[in-house]
Design a protein around this ligand. Structure first.
Ligand code: UDX
Length: 444
């Protein structure tokens, strides 16, 4: 099948590369000349483990192409995937201007009946709007079928998710188009769910909203556990083993970030509002998350008193491990709050420093290793649970910090281990370990 993909962000590029890997001829279209030249050489503009290799393999097999010439790409395609960004606008609604530009391009480029597949996350009803836009400018003799085919890829494991997803959702009112898209995806061997367009659009938002709800739920339970002396890690196991609940997405911490949960939860509140429904539950999920992201600073103020003049290290900047993406990351909230409190901040992340510099500039310092970050610091914040941060022996904090005081937003260490190492260790939803001989701590 000849496929064109509009947009080469982590959704479009991963989708295109994986579809070429299962045998299709795929042309990825982007407006950015520099980006296209890079991708032609098999260099991915985004950090996604394993993507470069898969790109090179399929470029060499002459199944994967990149171009800025959308007209050429769309003209010959059997199927065109719309995979451009739908970023959040001021009022929380989705910005569809990039989608509109692609739709305009398609209607002026295709020369035969084509299937348009919307991969981008778009508000319920958008695909009907896309159809209307297309037919406004499409030549009389041409027909286009619209399919909603939302993605469920996680950054940092997007390729794994593409090949091992739990389901592929195909939403359309055209049976033939549904069969073509089903055929395209057959080599993945993933169960197919067919439905109408609007239900498919809603499945995407409801999935992300539910996952975000699970995270805010476990974080609220963690906040209560701290007050009733329960241990959130054990509670998460105890509830997650009920297969109606499931063990995943029950990791308490300092909340969710990224380009999806924050955007999609706000968009779904908007979508509900547009039909006069006040989605109170989801509003609370968003509020809980906003508070949770700043949680570590509150804890530090409780234990250290003033943060003014303190030297504080932040370990991890990316919104989660295995990505350089810092969009809506807790690290941004924490860094700004610490500086506001008069602390001087030094941060380390394996790959997200460059992106953070674009956002925070020299508001904070950056360094190239964990050791250099924690050296002579008054306190250390663990914000992203990178493998190398989780593996750092607790002795290192004792050896390198002014005094070993750890505020862990991702529960990387055992409470028992912290006690054995005489580390002051404050985490989420668990007993606080406060060492008596650490002078600067406020004894509650
Ligand atoms: C998410 C959805 O998982 C994916 O299906 C959708 O297509 C895009 O949005 P992503 O945002 O890339 O993927 O990452 P994910 O692994 O879901 O983590 C999102 C955030 O939730 C991260 O900040 C992570 O730290 C946080 N999280 C995740 C928790 O705090 N606790 C958990 O148990 C799981």
């Amino acid at each position: 099948m000849k496929i064109a993909i509009a947009g080469t962000g982590y959704v479009g590029l991963v989708t295109g590369v994986c579809l070429s890997d299962i045998g299709h001829v795929v042309t990825c279209v982007d407006i950015d000349e520099k980006k296209v030249d890079l991708m032609k050489k098999g260099v991915s503009p985004i950090y996604e483990p394993g993507l470069d290799e898969l790109m090179r393999k399929n470029i060499e097999a002459e199944r994967l192409f990149f171009t800025t010439n959308s007209r050429e790409a769309y003209k010959n395609a059997d199927v065109i995937y719309i995979a451009v960004g739908t970023p959040e606008q001021e009022d929380g609604s989705a910005n569809l201007s990039f989608v509109e530009a692609v739709v305009h391009d398609i209607s002026h480029s295709i020369e035969r009946d084509t299937i348009v597949v919307t991969k981008s996350t778009v508000p319920v009803g958008t695909n009907d709007w896309i159809k209307g836009l297309l037919y406004k400018e499409l030549p009389e003799n041409l027909n286009v079928a619209i399919v909603s085919n939302p993605e469920f890829l996680r950054e940092g494991s997007a390729i794994y998710d593409a090949f091992n997803g739990d389901r592929i959702v195909i939403g359309t009112d055209c049976e033939e188009a549904a069969s073509v898209v089903e055929e395209i995806n057959k080599p993945y061997g993933i169960p197919i769910i067919k439905t109408d367009i609007r239900s498919a659009e809603m499945i995407k938002y409801a999935s992300n909203a539910f996952l975000a709800t699970k995270i805010s739920f476990i974080n609220e339970i963690a906040n209560i556990c701290e007050k009733v002396n329960a241990n959130i890690e054990d509670v998460a196991v105890g509830i997650g083993t009920d297969n109606r609940i499931g063990t995943q997405f029950l990791k308490a911490g300092i909340g969710y970030g990224g380009s999806c949960f924050p955007k999609d939860t706000k968009a779904l509140v908007q979508i509900a509002g547009n039909v006069e429904h006040n989605f109170e539950l989801l509003n609370s999920v968003i509020e809980v998350n906003n508070k949770q992201q700043a949680m570590l600073v509150q804890k530090a103020k409780q234990h250290l008193g003033t943060l003014s003049g303190k030297r504080i290290s932040i370990l991890g900047l990316a919104f989660k491990p295995n990505t350089d993406d810092i969009r809506e990351a807790a690290s941004l909230v924490i860094a700004k709050e610490l500086v506001n409190e008069g602390a001087s901040v030094i941060a380390y992340d394996p790959i997200a420093i460059e992106n953070t510099k674009k956002e925070l500039g020299n508001l904070i310092e950056y360094t190239t290793s964990v050791d250099l970050a924690i050296k002579d610091c008054d306190a250390t914040f663990i914000v992203t649970e990178w493998e190398e941060i989780q593996q750092l022996p607790l002795e290192k904090y004792k050896e390198l910090m002014k005094q070993p005081i750890l505020f862990d937003g991702r529960n990387c260490y055992d409470i028992k281990e912290a006690k054995e190492n005489s580390i002051s260790y404050i985490s989420i939803g668990r007993e606080e370990v406060v060492c008596k001989d650490i002078t600067c701590l406020q004894k509650n």
